[in-house]
Ligand binder design. Structure first.
Ligand code: ADP
Length: 287
């Protein structure tokens, strides 16, 4: 489990705090989304989870290791992998294989084990057969996937994704989100930092940040149910949530907690059916 206790952080002693009294935890296998407007401190929080930054006050524990304890940092970083927003900052090899072998190579594993890890990681992200590809020829989406595979090759138990879909087209975004879902389904804990409300729906717990604080925490349905609070924070709810909220606000009897287009279509059809029935004209084909 990762435990964040009363975490405070500022980049310089005389600057304003970037993180204020942050308390949170991430259990084994959990999928936690961290959302908030630009500049609210999400990346700063993410960098605390594997000891890239250390708290000014408060603590971050990974299992029983404290990120302040420099002797534990190696182990902490093996347990908590980090996929940075810009994959170019993470890809070091000339070829995909060389890049993915870099981390396991540092663990001094036998060559056969390294090869197995490289192949397995590439299969997991859907890039089987990419071993010999020069990394500079990869597309933006492929670079993200290689960066994820590089983290997977270290076999962490938690992966922090910092804005993993930024600058990708819709198909590229879907590909990354599918990989994240698959990893979580296979038991990996996920911490997914995003400013895109559409991306929180798959998570089990959403932490909503503004100005360095966690303002709201709950399931995606609970968080998305707070449309006015989200808007006040400058966070646009997904279109489906907005539509259902507007219908409810205009007095329509639609249920809460609807997050997908499919559910919304069903609910609106049922609303239309109910209206037809209650109007009593008996012409509804279903009657
Ligand atoms: P987010 O990920 O939510 O966009 P960040 O954690 O990147 O937010 O930034 C939070 C605040 O900290 C911003 O005001 C940003 O300008 C500031 N900040 C981020 N990185 C640094 C840094 N290395 N030095 C000084 N200030 C920083």
């Amino acid at each position: 489990m990762i435990r964040i206790k009363n975490l405070e952080f500022r980049y310089a002693a005389d600057s304003t705090p970037v993180l204020r009294s942050v308390d949170a935890q991430v259990g084994d296998g959990q999928y936690v989304a961290v959302i908030g407007p630009n500049g609210c401190g999400k990346t700063t929080l993410a960098k605390h989870l594997n000891g890239l930054l250390t708290p000014m006050s408060g603590d971050v524990w990974v299992d029983d290791m404290n990120t302040r304890d420099t002797a534990s940092l190696r182990d902490i970083r093996r347990v908590v992998g980090m996929v940075f927003q810009n994959p170019d900052s993470q890809i070091v090899g000339m070829t995909v294989e060389e890049d993915l072998a870099f981390g396991p190579g540092n663990l001094r594993l036998p060559a056969a084990d390294i090869r197995e890890r490289v192949e397995e990681s590439l299969r997991t992200v859907g890039l089987a057969g990419y071993e010999k590809r020069p990394t500079h020829t990869l597309s933006g989406g492929e670079k993200r996937l290689v960066a994820i595979a590089g983290v997977l090759a270290m076999r962490p138990r938690y992966i922090v994704f910092d804005e993993p879909t930024s600058f990708l087209d819709p198909a590229g975004k879907r590909r990354i989100l599918n990989v994240i879902r698959k990893l979580n389904q296979s038991g990996m804990a996920i911490i997914h930092v995003t400013h895109d409300m559409d991306e929180i729906v798959e998570s089990g717990l959403v932490l909503v940040m503004t100005e360095g604080r966690i303002e709201l925490a709950g399931s995606p349905a609970e968080v998305l149910g707070r449309v006015e609070t989200l808007k006040a924070m400058g966070l646009g709810p997904p279109q489906v949530t907005e539509l259902m909220w507007r219908l409810r606000r205009s007095g329509q009897d639609v249920r809460e907690g609807i997050m997908t287009i499919e559910e919304a279509v069903k609910e609106i059809s049922s609303l239309v059916d109910r209206k037809t029935i209650s109007s009593g004209d008996g012409t509804h084909p279903g009657m």
